[in-house]
Ligand binder design. Structure first.
Ligand code: FAD
Ligand code: PYC
Length: 416
């Protein structure tokens, strides 16, 4: 962890920020690297870090069209949990959870991982059956998960309306105590600083505009700052993945949709866990600063605009106020959107592609923040060995030909 003495803190508080030490270099792109990662979000940066740290591959560039972490990584509502239904996805998200538990120490950066518990509410008998089935499956996979009653929910969250005649009666919930939240931009910055320290070049304001492909094999990318060569290219571009696949000459089964969130004015601490309701399209938590962080279902329209829409805001806030009447007079401060790339089975793609040497890590849709360390870890392994990591293998694009889909709509947490 980074420690400052009282003197160090005072020195930084009084100095001008332009004198602060830079967290990473601002290198000029080299002509050639061993590996290029397209996309400097959490997943891309984590991939670069594990390539360098675990596989000794340090001649790596992360090519980012904007700024590091400026995509969904710093637009998400930071819920981290691993309570997925199917063995394949539960294994992948639980792998990530274990890495989260040691991440601040590993990258020497406080990502403020707070295991404050996450509950997924059930409002109908069918919801309850789904919760029970998922919790049973979680437990068989060694994941901490339990079904809790309305009485227990009321104990954990006294401010929720759990009365029998509520518009959305609360019949129970799944509860994962090890789940929680983390500080999103710290995750990007921490991985960036750690990767840079191992020699990775982080190239911001560098947009990939095409791929250099010859005889069915990739050998580099075209960018707005010139061509860069590499025999291995990993694309980790979230909502823009479909656009990049098109540049490479193939299609991926992805749809890009805006997903939005909003934060309130800061309040005194009143909610110390995370409450999600897929059924009513609303979820809520409170930051350490006091803001309520509130999210919604995806916007039904496809699009690439990183902004929200009033109907979704209205629908979500109606649901939140029904569940938490105490918040009816809280003012909202800000609202924003990110572009999520959703697959037909609500699961990611971690895969080789029809172009040799070109790999995609995408399709995390509404739920990839929680996977950041795990995704980077298994994708780095896949790129380093040119072979799918066992945890990544079920998420190959082949599943859309074979039909071996891993349907996680029920565990996705956000309606889409
Ligand atoms: P990003 O952070 O989007 O990074 C991709 C990067 O690629 C971007 O920085 C982009 O600029 C860059 N890029 C794109 N095209 C190019 C190009 N041509 N050249 C160079 N660079 C390019 N997940 C959870 O687990 N929990 C949550 O609570 C949660 N809440 C969410 C709430 C909202 C409002 C949103 C929008 C998403 C939420 N998610 C959540 C999903 C999560 O944010 C994403 O799945 C995850 O952050 C994806 O990370 P990433 O690194 O793959 O993508
Ligand atoms: O995947 O848990 C999740 C999530 C919550 C909000 C958005 N995604």
């Amino acid at each position: 962890m980074q420690h400052y003495s009282g003197f160090g803190l005072a020195k930084h508080a009084l100095s001008h920020h332009e004198n602060w030490e830079r967290q990473w270099r601002n290198p000029t792109p080299k002509k050639q690297y061993d590996v290029i990662i397209v996309g400097g979000g959490g997943h891309g940066l984590a991939t670069a870090y594990y390539l360098a740290k675990e596989h000794g591959i340090t001649n790596v560039a992360v090519v980012e069209k904007g700024w590091l972490g400026g995509g969904n990584t710093a637009r998400n509502t930071t819920i981290v949990r691993s309570n997925y239904l199917w063995d394949e996805s539960a294994a992948l998200y639980e792998h990530a959870m274990k890495l989260w538990e040691g991440l601040s120490q590993d990258i020497n950066y406080n990502v403020m991982f707070s295991q404050r518990g996450v509950m997924n509410l059930a409002h109908t008998l069918q919801d309850m059956r789904d919760v029970q089935r998922r919790v049973n499956a979680n437990r068989l996979n060694g994941i901490d998960s339990e079904v809790i009653t309305p009485e227990r929910i009321q104990e954990i969250v006294p401010i929720m309306d759990c009365s029998k005649n509520a518009r959305y009666p609360v019949l129970g919930a799944s509860w994962q105590p090890r789940a929680g939240v983390a500080r999103h931009d710290a995750v990007a910055w921490g991985y960036a600083r750690a990767a840079d320290a191992l020699g990775v070049d982080l190239l911001q304001n560098t947009e990939v505009t095409g791929f250099k492909v010859r005889d069915g094999r990739v050998y580099g990318v075209h960018t707005n700052r010139g061509d860069i060569e590499a025999k291995t290219v990993g694309c980790v571009a979230a909502g823009n993945s479909g656009v990049l696949a098109k540049m490479a000459g193939f299609k991926l089964p992805l749809e890009s949709h805006p997903l939005q969130a909003l934060v309130s004015e800061p309040l005194k601490p009143i909610l110390d866990t995370v409450v999600m309701s897929n059924h009513v399209h609303g979820y809520i938590s409170q930051t350490d600063k006091g803001d309520l962080v509130i999210g919604a279902g995806i916007d039904g329209y496809n699009g690439y605009g990183q902004r929200g829409s009033y109907p979704t805001v209205e629908h979500t806030l109606q649901a939140i106020v029904e569940m938490f009447p105490i918040f009816s007079r809280v003012r909202m401060n800000r609202q924003w959107g990110g572009i999520v790339d959703t697959c037909p089975d609500a699961c990611p793609i971690l895969s080789a592609t029809p172009v040799k040497g070109l790999f995609f890590n995408c399709g995390w849709g509404t739920g990839g923040f929680k996977a950041t360390p795990g995704s980077g870890h298994v994708f780095a392994w896949t790129l380093a060995k040119n072979q799918a990591h066992p945890l990544a293998a079920p998420f190959s694009i082949d599943r859309f030909h074979t039909g071996a889909l891993v349907d996680e709509h029920g565990a996705a947490g956000v309606a889409h």
